[in-house]
Design a protein around this ligand. Structure first.
Ligand SMILES: O=P(O)(O)OP(=O)(O)OP(=O)(O)OC[C@H]1O[C@@H](n2cnc3c(O)ncnc32)[C@H](O)[C@@H]1O
Ligand SMILES: [Mg+2]
Length: 202
């Protein structure tokens, strides 16, 4: 058997993440969004992995389905790791991407070009309907934080994240380029490998 199951709920309230998962794995899996009425999972964990598991179990309980959860963010070593697990609410209001980018630019104003390295992290967890972990992984991608935004695609910090191998920000590239190289893709490849391996051993 090629895959362990075909139907999975992508447990995120972020429609951009859902679209990325759809583009990356929609051909092999039947992906369902969260039902609209489900409340937002608490995110009180202290690491990307811990929060991803927290979200996965919360949404599995509420949907009674196998779910894939994603906790992700931007890490800037020159800022001591900020915004990190607080990436979605760096400027205060959850999900205000424009305000988060402005705050990042302000905090990095005095940081010279040679110290503007950053990386995105995505922790992914798949649990079954009972909350048992079926697969878990973490992906990273390295880049640089620009001094002004470039590009209109993507979401979050993409327009500030310059990806040297492709000479553009993630927001300037067509989605398929980001989806070949991103932290989310790196983590997802490993998740799919783990799911296939466990289905092969059944
Ligand atoms: O928790 P869910 O419902 O999945 O949706 P969310 O947007 O709140 O997701 P997170 O808690 O994982 O926070 C992720 C934040 O990190 C940033 N981020 C994560 N992945 C990104 C990407 O691929 N491109 C740009 N920014 C990203 C962006 O600011 C996101 O809001
Ligand atoms: Mg969140």
């Amino acid at each position: 058997m090629e895959v362990f199951f075909l139907q999975i709920c992508v447990a995120t309230k972020n429609k951009h993440k859902f679209e990325e998962f759809q583009a990356m794995m929609g051909n092999s899996y039947d992906l369902l969004p969260l039902p609209v009425h489900v409340e937002e999972a608490p995110e009180t964990g202290h690491s990307f992995q811990e929060i991803a598991l927290q979200k996965a179990r919360f949404y599995a309980l509420h949907t009674q389905m196998a779910v894939l959860a994603d906790d992700s963010g931007l890490v800037v070593p020159a800022l001591g790791g900020k915004p990190g697990i607080y990436s979605a609410r760096f400027a205060g209001k959850h999900g205000d991407d424009a305000a988060n980018r402005q705050k990042l630019l302000m905090e990095m104003e005095a940081i010279p070009d040679e110290r503007r390295q950053a990386y995105f992290v995505a922790a992914l967890v798949v649990v079954d309907a009972n909350g048992n972990v079926m697969a878990a992984s973490e992906g990273k991608v390295q880049g640089m934080i620009l001094r002004k935004e470039q590009g209109n695609g993507g979401f979050g910090y993409d327009s500030l994240f310059y990806y040297p191998p492709l000479h553009h920000t993630f927001a300037e590239l067509p989605p398929e380029f980001k989806n070949q190289h991103s932290h989310r893709t790196v983590a997802l490849r490993e998740i799919l490998r783990q799911l296939k391996e466990s289905s092969a051993s059944l």
